[in-house]
Write a protein that binds this ligand. Structure first.
Ligand code: 3HC
Ligand code: NAI
Length: 709
């Protein structure tokens, strides 16, 4: 038997333990080990029943995702997968009880459903998350789940991919019993109690499959939800088709339908992109020069300076994680306003059912509004979120240096300013770091952690770990203007404006990028964030613009007219009371007039060109960022764009998208834009180099560590 599976006995009950850390992913060796164990217990007359359990922290968390890449790249042939093993277990004449703790996901739940009974620890979760990887369950999950849980639950779980709790699994018929206390002994006792009973085969349990009339509205509703909530994704619709097959066809034929749909999905670009995202999200936590053993500074209390838009949201993030926070502002009315916004946000979360009133009351008790630095000597971390201005930030950091205890982390939420210059206002630059939250801070998952040239490894490791505790995806970035996300967003939004100035309509620009999969078009995004933010930054940095290079003018004009976006009721669009966007024909006329005055010829612009101009602008800047070491890996840039900028996950992020287009093609396209539109489009040297070598961004590894300056 393989080392990954152990067979032991508790008198007449065999115990099959799967031991493939960290998550007991099931690949060919595990599968072979279980199969061998089932054969042995079938022949062993002293065994009357079996329990299958996961060793360590979980039951099986799924098939081994790394295998998929090997199959699609042709390195491994796709065999029959888990299907024969699951049938072997189901056909075993002795009852097999699946004992579930941790997460029985994907192939793990499929394995569990092949057993005759399932028991679970109260904290366990089960799910078919395959759609999140761009595939569907591939080991009869779409066929067995509706037989256990009913059609509606199965469709929801397979199409949306979200896990359910042990209690829900019990209520829906997936689990037969919850086991309080020791899972293994409970499962063994359960096995003994069913020894004499017939062994129920899930594949033969057709009672919950419903009728055509009952199921039609379930599938129609599920397809509608998928089209809206998982816009552009193929796997959720395929998953629904597969569950539908379970309700219309005998089990084996249903499995054939599932197999075909699974293969179509597995070989799709979407699945490759989403698997890249899965591993990319885990890789961001790995910093080459900061080993795992780096000491972590305990963060048990924090302070936030500035109770405005960001400060208030950041205070909520800490409170939500159970960490007490002092929220300081210099201006009493601003502090009152900040607290009021926090209360309003919490109460709307209660109304929407996201939090209970009790949870919110507890969180609010963790936030203490203050006007002075009195208790700052007791906090472990301070996040500064005052107005964006170097002079002010330096004053604050000078003050923090005086009042905070040695060893405390001093972080800035600046979105454009140099962390090193801010750190120079203190006598402890090693304690200074950037923590760039995105707006609204309590909602957005992304956190850019900005490494200053002196930021200590302990401080970096602590912030990276803390980001996870806060429910954020922390990505380490280097110190430059705009860091990674906003630096790339500049050229992207610049091109959106250029396109409008060249004759595309505002709606056409937004629609093309929405259809590409972006959560919102670039102009509507500007209206949401506030056009005045970029305007102020542009004015401050105008002296850095190279004379003679084309600069967009449209947003500056809008701001001069007081059209800052949603907050002033008008920007690129007009907004009604409920902030619904309305096209503005007068603005369209003004744009044509301004363009004529600027001598910009007007032309018809295709949606393809709109997408290329905007997305390749992201890619070209991303390539520079990568080469400069501002991002550690192309995948890190992708994770930033997926979590902070509404880039469609099924395209894997801008750098992955460029790899799928082919860097040769991308370079040629950018070179063409360079000829047509001038200097701003010079192809990034790294892009040229990789295209020349026939390589991808994903293959690029810098020889040195991240630059910190
Ligand atoms: N295959 C291969 N590696 C996996 C894996 C899997 N199914 N699940 C997790 N891992 C790896 C991670 O990459 C990570 O590796 P690293 O330490 O080298 O970075 C390690 O296991 C630990 O994972 P996490 O950091 O994510 O640990 P958490 O405790 O935070 O989360 C988890 C655990 C909830 C199980 C989470 O890892 C997860 O959601 N995994 C994916 C589950 C999944 O999608 N299963 C379905 C797979 S597809 C399938 O089963 C097809 C079938 O229908 C045929
Ligand atoms: P804001 O204008 O909403 O709030 C700033 C707050 O700081 C105000 O309440 C003000 O009274 C307070 N303040 C000013 N001087 C102070 C002092 N000396 N001591 C204590 N409080 C003081 O600003 P916003 O939008 O929250 O931005 C804060 C920081 O976050 C800026 O650095 C900004 O660049 C950055 N940021 C902003 C984002 C956004 O979308 N608004 C996104 C990411 C970062």
């Amino acid at each position: 038997m393989s080392d990954l599976v152990q067979l032991t006995k508790d008198k007449d009950v065999a115990i099959i333990s799967i031991n493939n850390p960290p998550v007991n992913a099931i690949g060919p060796a595990v599968s072979e080990g279980i199969s061998q164990a089932i054969k042995e217990i079938t022949q062993d007359e002293s065994v009357k029943a079996a329990v299958i359990i996961g060793a360590g922290r979980t039951f099986v968390a799924g098939a081994d995702i790394k295998e998929f890449g090997r199959i699609t790249s042709g390195k491994t042939a796709r065999g029959p997968g888990l299907l024969p093993l699951l049938r072997q277990i189901e056909d075993c004449s002795k009852p097999v009880v699946m004992a579930i703790h941790g997460t029985a996901f994907g192939g793990g739940l499929e394995l569990a459903m092949s057993g005759h009974y399932r028991v679970g620890a109260p904290g366990a979760q089960v799910g078919q998350p395959e759609v999140k990887l761009g595939i569907i369950p591939g080991a009869a999950g779409t066929q067995r789940l509706p037989r256990l849980a009913g059609v509606a639950k199965a469709v929801e779980m397979c199409a949306q991919g979200n896990p359910i709790s042990a209690q829900e699994a019990l209520d829906s018929g997936i689990l037969d019993q919850l086991i309080e206390g020791d899972l293994l002994s409970g499962a063994v006792a359960f096995a003994r109690a069913v020894l004499e009973k017939p062994v129920p085969k899930t594949r033969e349990r057709n009672q919950r499959l419903g009728t055509l009339e009952q199921n039609a509205p379930i599938f129609a509703a599920a397809r509608e939800v998928a089209r809206q909530k998982q816009r552009g994704m193929i796997a959720p619709l395929a998953a629904i088709d597969a569950v539908e097959a379970a309700t219309r066809l005998p089990f084996d034929e249903g499995c054939e339908v599932e197999k075909k749909l699974f293969n179509d999905c597995l070989f799709s670009e979407q699945s490759k992109a989403l698997i890249h995202v899965f591993f990319g999200e885990r890789e961001v936590a790995k910093i080459p020069d900061i080993p795992k053993e780096t000491p972590i500074i305990p963060v048990n209390s924090v302070a936030v300076v500035g109770a405005g838009t960001m400060g208030g949201g950041i205070a909520m993030v800490f409170a939500n994680a159970g960490i007490p926070v002092l929220l300081k502002d210099a201006d009493p009315p601003a502090l009152d306003r900040g607290m009021e916004v926090i209360r309003k946000n919490y109460s709307s979360s209660v109304k929407r059912g996201r939090f209970t009133q009790q949870f919110v009351d507890e969180r609010l008790r963790l936030i203490t509004p203050v006007l002075r630095y009195d208790d700052f000597d007791r906090v472990d971390l301070v996040v500064e979120a005052v107005f964006e201005g170097m002079q002010l930030k330096k004053e604050i950091f000078g003050e923090l240096d005086r009042v905070c205890r040695p060893g405390a982390i001093l972080a800035s939420n600046t979105s454009t300013l140099s962390i090193d210059e801010i750190a120079s206002a203190t006598a402890r630059p090693e304690a200074v770091i950037g923590t760039h939250f995105f707006s609204p801070a309590n909602v957005m998952r992304l956190l850019e952690i900005v490494r200053g040239k002196n930021s200590s490894k302990e401080v970096i490791a602590t912030c990276m770990q803390l980001s996870r505790k806060l429910g954020k995806v922390g990505v380490l970035v280097g110190n430059c203007r705009g860091f990674v996300g906003n630096r790339m967003f500049g050229p992207y939004r610049r091109e959106a404006q250029f396109l409008v100035e060249e004759g595309a309509s505002i709606e056409a620009v937004d629609q093309a990028l929405y259809d590409f999969g972006m959560a919102m078009g670039p102009l509507a995004t500007g209206d949401l964030a506030g056009l005045d933010v970029g305007w102020r930054i542009r004015k401050e940095f105008r002296h850095l613009e190279k004379a003679g290079t084309r600069q967009p003018f449209a947003e500056d004009r809008l701001c001069e007219m007081g059209r800052y976006g949603q907050k002033t009721g008008a920007g690129w669009y007009k907004y009604d009371e409920s902030r619904h966007a309305i096209s503005d024909p007068e603005l369209a006329d003004s744009l044509r007039k301004w363009s004529a005055e600027a001598g910009i010829p007007q032309r018809k612009i295709s949606p393809e060109e709109i997408v290329d101009r905007c997305i390749l602008a992201l890619v070209n800047e991303g390539a520079r960022i990568l080469e400069e070491g501002i991002a550690l890996r192309a995948g890190d840039i992708d994770i930033i764009y997926l979590n902070g900028y509404g880039f469609p996950p099924y395209r894997g992020g801008p750098m992955w998208y460029a790899d799928t287009v082919g860097l040769n093609k991308v370079r040629d396209h950018i070179s063409e834009f360079h000829r047509q539109h001038g200097e701003l489009w010079g192809p990034a040297p790294l892009l040229r180099q990789l295209a020349q070598e026939g390589k991808t961004f994903a293959e690029y590894h810098r020889s040195q560590n991240m630059t910190a300056a």
